[in-house]
Design a protein around this ligand. Structure first.
Ligand SMILES: *[C@@H]1O[C@H](CO)[C@@H](O)[C@H](O)[C@H]1NC(C)=O
Ligand SMILES: *[C@@H]1O[C@H](CO)[C@@H](O)[C@H](O)[C@H]1NC(C)=O
Ligand SMILES: *[C@@H]1O[C@H](CO)[C@@H](O)[C@H](O)[C@H]1NC(C)=O
Ligand SMILES: *[C@@H]1O[C@H](CO)[C@@H](O)[C@H](O)[C@H]1NC(C)=O
Ligand SMILES: *[C@@H]1O[C@H](CO)[C@@H](O)[C@H](O)[C@H]1NC(C)=O
Ligand SMILES: *[C@@H]1O[C@H](CO)[C@@H](O)[C@H](O)[C@H]1NC(C)=O
Ligand SMILES: *[C@@H]1O[C@H](CO)[C@@H](O)[C@H](O)[C@H]1NC(C)=O
Ligand SMILES: *[C@@H]1O[C@H](CO)[C@@H](O)[C@H](O)[C@H]1NC(C)=O
Ligand SMILES: *[C@@H]1O[C@H](CO)[C@@H](O)[C@H](O)[C@H]1NC(C)=O
Length: 625
């Protein structure tokens, strides 16, 4: 009910000028131009709030853990890495042994990393901060290099043993964030110390790798801002050294930070290219390295509230950012880009629930006993879920006039394709608020003998806009059950067409959209395997009558899945499908029960693909509250 009221409000408030666009997509052409598409955009990041000494309290808080679990619940590792500052503050110095070796208590860090592992996330482990209670002055003056080498080795070997080589060798170890800034250089490294610190990290990782099966653990850095050389000596000096002796450079990937000006997505790439070209000109050997912009955000200052960060503008800007980087990677402008990260894993706070640079809107429900937290997904989170379905090969980004761009990804055998289309006028209002998009896919002979399913999902301004709804409700600090339900009903991608079966050599689709928008068309051959059994279901209590249900899906081609069914029974009732009214394309569902039914009982989940094929039910999970 609320949803339709607000839709009208939003739609009427903008000019209803209409645009019509037609796009032909011919798989013959797509297959000829395909190249390997690395998943370079699947990283987020965050910084625990000051003081750094309370990093553990923050990261292990209920609010933070639930935020991370939701981040880990996009399909297909839609967000895989979380880059977190000050992790070393979670370690506690314990004692020296008779040989003056340092012993640490890793309990708190273990707890966090166990959680990340459980949530299917990988840390971008910044070796940054100081274990609490360590006699740093003493270590620094007597054996600075040993201290850092030993600490790094202890960390890496501990977690290689704890989680295994497969998982830990996929972590991203990184050096200290923005080391040239006074606010981060809290140990007052001198340039010599900084260089020694970096070399020690490398030695520590090498030592840990040698202990276990002789593996190489990559190191990323210097996570630098690379402003003027005089004021940012650390990152420039280390690059100079890498240039002189590229084979002895401690870094496997060079990381830097470049954000936009808060106006256009293209500001980010332009600013990166300006830096990269300067670097390559002065340091020609660096052209052989891979680079990563760890903080590729539209503008600095995560906590500054900005209107565009609360709605589809940010979502579509993020898609533009990804598509523009893909262009640069394929048109020889920036072929050695390793990855970009979005620094948007923060927790928003009152009264800026939606408008800070975050993936989720956080509502701290202070008036309940005990207090609890409610999250609503912002469009930017859901756009990352759309990008998650991109296949492993893709054609170049196509940019059409009027801010329409798209990418076609696929695997050829068995056939799967995912087109992502985006209409973004950056932070500006679109010229045409509404449009009709006509798509015409042309298949090949090899497809004629197959059954091909299709599905269209979208995120649109005004429609997928929980913030507009919240604003319409007059921004309550503590939204009611009904208000949360209304916001959640529109937080995820909406099914616009299908699932259906392609019935001729063409698939013609007509889609009505409100700009800015992001649309995905997924095509899946029935030759793809049936969905797998859902694994690893988890039930998290929100309050006395609400739980969040999370699960994992190891299906071979996640993109063929339409969504998930969540079933529940109390010990006295029959199994009941909880989410028949919702499209559930991501790996979680929030169940709002009532006092009569409650939340205690059994839960199970299964997936449904485009052909209506059902995956096996997960094991039933007994939940006792
Ligand atoms: C920190 O070190 C001091 C002195 O070495 C000791 O008294 C104190 O108990 C230590 N604190 C913790 C939390 O280990
Ligand atoms: C670094 O320098 C600041 C200011 O000069 C000082 O307050 C701080 O204690 C120093 N930190 C360390 C670890 O020496
Ligand atoms: C580039 O690296 C080579 C070694 O691979 C080295 O001989 C050469 O001096 C380096 N160039 C510069 C400009 O430092
Ligand atoms: C390559 O793509 C980027 C991003 O879209 C663009 O800025 C650049 O002009 C393109 N370069 C060429 C040579 O086409
Ligand atoms: C939108 O179009 C304007 C004008 O051509 C261009 O400057 C801008 O980069 C475009 N933005 C996107 C996201 O395509
Ligand atoms: C984008 O916004 C600019 C500035 O308001 C406007 O001039 C332009 O027409 C818009 N373009 C599109 C495609 O919406
Ligand atoms: C779609 O493309 C096919 C050719 O591949 C063409 O025959 C058909 O007319 C097109 N449909 C539309 C609506 O343009
Ligand atoms: C709820 O409590 C937190 C922590 O004490 C506080 O920062 C926040 O502003 C409170 N929220 C509201 C709506 O008052
Ligand atoms: C509680 O939920 C059940 C199941 O949806 C429903 O049948 C029942 O009417 C609800 N009870 C109340 C008091 O709302």
């Amino acid at each position: 009910m609320y949803v339709s009221i607000v839709l009208l409000l939003v739609v009427n408030s903008v000019k209803s000028s209409l645009d019509r666009r037609h796009i032909d997509i011919d798989f013959n052409e797509v297959f000829q131009n395909g190249r390997s598409l690395p998943r370079f955009w699947t990283s987020t990041g965050l910084c625990p709030p000051a003081p750094r000494e309370s990093t553990a309290d923050f990261l292990l808080s209920d609010d933070s853990l639930l935020n991370l679990e939701i981040i880990g619940s996009l399909p297909n590792e839609g967000l895989k890495y979380v880059r977190i500052h000050w992790l070393l503050e979670m370690i506690q110095f314990s004692h020296y042994d008779d040989n003056k070796l340092l012993f640490y208590d890793f309990t708190k860090l273990d707890t966090l990393l166990d959680k990340l592992h459980e949530f299917g996330l990988y840390p971008d482990f910044e070796l940054m901060g100081l274990p609490s209670n360590v006699s740093y002055e003493k270590e620094r003056s007597h054996r600075f290099a040993f201290f850092w080498t030993d600490l790094t080795m202890q960390i890496a070997s501990r977690y290689l043993h704890r989680y295994g080589i497969n998982y830990v060798s996929n972590w991203r170890f990184e050096s200290w964030n923005e080391p040239d800034l006074k606010s981060y250089n809290v140990l007052n490294f001198t340039t010599d110390e900084y260089i020694s610190y970096i070399a020690s990290l490398r030695l520590g990782l090498d030592a840990a790798g040698r202990l276990l099966a002789n593996i190489h653990l990559p190191l990323r850095g210097p996570a630098g801002l690379f402003r003027k050389q005089q004021s940012h000596p650390f990152c420039w000096t280390i690059i100079m050294m890498c240039n002189e002796m590229p084979h002895r450079c401690p870094f496997d990937v060079i990381t830097f930070h470049r954000k936009g000006l808060g106006v256009r997505a293209s500001d980010i790439l332009e600013s990166e290219l300006e830096l990269i070209n300067k670097l390559w000109t002065s340091f020609p050997n660096m052209t052989s390295f891979r680079f990563s912009n760890d903080e590729a955000d539209p503008i600095v200052g995560w906590s500054t509230p900005r209107e565009f960060q609360s709605n589809m503008k940010y979502g579509s800007m993020l898609v533009s950012t990804v598509l523009q980087h893909w262009s640069a990677m394929t048109n020889d402008t920036f072929t050695n880009l390793d990855s970009i990260s979005h620094d948007n894993g923060f927790l928003s706070y009152h009264p800026f629930e939606f408008s800070q640079r975050t993936l989720l809107a956080r509502f701290q429900m202070n008036k309940t006993q005990p207090r609890h937290v409610q999250y609503v997904a912002k469009p930017v989170y859901s756009t990352l879920g759309i990008l998650a379905n991109l296949g492993s090969l893709a054609s170049e980004t196509v940019d059409l006039h009027g801010n329409l761009s798209y990418i076609i990804s696929y695997h050829r055998k068995p056939f799967y394709a995912c087109a992502v289309l985006c209409m973004s006028n950056d932070t500006f209002e679109p010229l045409f608020a509404r449009m009709t998009l006509n798509l015409n896919f042309t298949f090949l002979d090899e497809h004629q003998s197959q059954r091909i399913g299709y599905l269209v999902e979208g995120l649109e301004d005004g429609v997928n806009d929980p913030n507009a709804l919240w604003t319409y409700f007059k921004k309550p600090s503590y939204p009611s059950k009904v208000q949360f339900a209304a916001m959640r009903a529109i937080q995820l991608p909406r099914l616009l067409k299908g699932p259906g079966i392609v019935s001729s050599e063409n698939l013609e689709l007509e889609i009505e959209l409100r700009a800015p928008w992001v649309v995905t068309v997924r095509l899946c051959s029935k030759e793809n395997p049936v969905p797998s059994r859902i694994t690893y279901m988890r039930i998290r209590k929100v309050n006395d009558y609400e739980v969040m249900i999370f699960w994992s899906d190891k299906s071979a081609v996640a993109g063929c899945i339409v969504g998930y069914e969540v079933w529940f029974r109390t010990y006295h009732t029959q199994w009941r499908l909880l989410n028949s009214d919702f499209h559930t394309p991501f790996l979680f569902f929030q169940f709002v029960s009532n006092d009569t039914i409650g939340i205690k009982g059994m839960y199970r989940v299964r997936s449904v693909d485009m052909f209506g094929r059902l995956g096996a039910f997960s094991k039933s999970n007994h939940y006792e509250g």
